[in-house]
Design a protein around this ligand. Structure first.
Ligand code: PEP
Length: 274
């Protein structure tokens, strides 16, 4: 049984004040709703400068605060980079690898992703590997080939037992930040395809355990339908995760994920409330 994994990606947004008040508000809402961390995992991928403050806010809350990228070397003359050991030193246990914006604007290749994933595992950091085709490949019908190449290239050094700590995010580039969501059927078709590629590489028992997120204009209005698909185990949410209220609605897409506490709170008769 794969536990749903809902994660926000703030990209390059929010100053310190905005980040901490968002963190406090989201934590309050998660507690108020009684989100059951046994039933859903929550992640928040934030700019490096916010990692410390948000890790303190979300300490012991079940929300995993993670980085949006990292370099593969541990230290050295790599101006502007952040290493896995620096993240690990801060207690960070999650990072995105190979987001399409890193690939598009910073020339990140599958080979670089492979090295980053290796380095992440060496420091007990769990990667969310992003893969997805651009509009040209989608329209040319080459999307499966593109995604297969990305997966196999980025995972080339990952051993079967390491997949226990792997999440794959299927993010069609044409649906990121465009307001254009893949249809539920397109998202499911590609999640199932990704699972087949993983099964060919690692065997179907391993592939069945790997969580596959969908990302691309996820919002409160479409999350429940996406999550009802058999191969979609979570979402990587960009724009809609910037607003704590909206992100909370995405996290609480199903009442069954809310624990006993919220049900008890809802059952208090109005006459007993001040
Ligand atoms: C993302 O940044 O990974 C993403 C999916 O963005 P958005 O939700 O804004 O499309």
């Amino acid at each position: 049984m794969r536990k749903p994994f809902i994660a926000g990606n703030w990209k390059m947004h929010k100053n310190i004040q905005e980040a901490t008040s968002y963190g406090e508000l989201l934590l309050h809402k998660i507690r108020e709703a009684g989100v059951d961390s046994d039933k859903v995992e929550i992640g928040l991928f934030v700019p490096y400068i916010h990692l410390s403050a948000l890790s303190i806010i979300f300490d012991l809350s079940g929300v995993g605060v993670g980085a949006q990228n990292m370099f593969y070397e541990d230290k050295g003359a790599y101006t502007g980079e952040i290493s896995p050991s620096m993240l690990s030193d801060l207690g960070i246990r999650h990072t995105i690898i190979g987001h399409s914006e890193r690939r598009q604007y910073f020339g990140e290749t599958d080979e670089a992703c492979a090295r980053k994933i290796r380095a992440a595992y060496a420091h007990d950091i769990e990667p969310v590997l992003c893969v997805g085709e651009d509009l040209e490949d989608r329209e040319a019908g080459k999307y499966e080939d593109t995604v297969r190449t990305m997966l196999l290239g980025s995972l080339k050094d990952v051993a079967p037992e390491e997949t226990e700590h792997l999440t794959v995010a299927y993010e069609p580039v044409w649906a990121i930040g465009t307001g254009k969501t893949a249809t539920t059927e397109q998202a499911q078709e590609m999640a199932a395809f990704i699972r087949t590629v993983l099964a060919d590489r690692y065997g179907s028992d391993r592939a069945d355990q790997i969580r596959i997120q969908y990302g691309g204009s996820v919002k409160p209005e479409n999350i429940a339908e996406l999550m009802s698909m058999p191969d979609i185990d979570g979402a990587l949410v960009g724009g809609a995760s910037l607003d704590a209220e909206k992100f909370m609605k995405i996290i609480a897409y199903d009442d069954a994920l809310l624990g006993k506490e919220s049900k008890r709170v809802r059952m208090i008769p109005s006459s007993a409330r001040s």
